[in-house]
Design a protein around this ligand. Sequence first.
Ligand SMILES: Nc1ncnc2c1ncn2[C@@H]1O[C@H](COP(=O)(O)OP(=O)(O)OP(=O)(O)O)[C@@H](O)[C@H]1O
Ligand SMILES: [Mg+2]
Length: 291
Amino acid sequence: MEENLTNVKNKSSDDYIEIVKNITDKANVENKSSDDSIKIFKNVIDKSNVENNSSGKNPETLMRLTDVWKIYKMGEVEFAALKNVDLEIFHGEFIAILGPSGSGKSTMMNLLGCLDLPSKGVVELNNKDISKMKESELAQIRGQLIGFIFQQFNLIPTLNTIENVMLPLEFQEADSDFSWKRAEALLEVVTLSDKKYNLPSQLSGGQRQRVAIARSLAVDPKVILADEPTGNLDSETGNYILEFLSNLHKNEGKTIIMITHDPALTKYADRVVHIRDGMVDSIEIKNSEAM
Ligand SMILES: Nc1ncnc2c1ncn2[C@@H]1O[C@H](COP(=O)(O)OP(=O)(O)OP(=O)(O)O)[C@@H](O)[C@H]1O
Ligand SMILES: [Mg+2]
């Protein structure tokens, strides 16, 4: 209910459901031991152990957008939400996409998340044109390579905290004992171990977003794609989430793609892509060491 109220113009409240529908394709989840899954993320919260992996890393291209257009058709009327976008995203970088409301950020997120295809131009993932991939291949990418975090959290209201976190693993048909242990470990990382059995409606906004973050990490994806991840949170909780994402980048080498309208949220980004009216206005390099 609350989510619907804050979500009048934003279609994304159903996005997660759409995604999970799309990732029912069987794919292999590497069954790491539960000990590994705990160790993997321990240093995300341990700030004393910041080992900066972000300098001198490889500048390999993860995604490349070449002359990308997205044209929405409404009957006779066409609207170009993205125009002539050229953009490269590198493995292991923290990139922010910054622009005002209506500038095309969510449209861009849908392309970067392989949830949509461009009307014109090419989107490549690891040098492969995504429009040439089979739906099953795209589903596997969405299910395994990318963890999604949405402004509206998009938790499944009828599932409790731990079930929400386990969901992506269940879609990958991971062993249920493994899924449970991994979800427990992730809830420990986001400090929600005491809320395992709460439904989303029994959590605060910040707690819901932490569940969403834990869920996005369930399959240990290389890439985290976050659309306004702090948009519905107070500034303190927002800062916690932002630092958490930054630590995932620095300590775990994750590629973070964060979409926001707020320049203050780009403080940990290596690069900031400024978009306006569907076009890339400029690309600002904040941390040249990362490049
Ligand atoms: N399905 C659609 N049909 C027609 N126009 C659309 C559709 N989706 C988005 N648009 C238009 O495309 C433009 C970009 O929308 P988008 O949702 O990408 O903006 P945004 O930058 O994410 O904005 P916000 O910060 O408000 O979320 C807007 O002008 C919007 O009205
Ligand atoms: Mg948007």
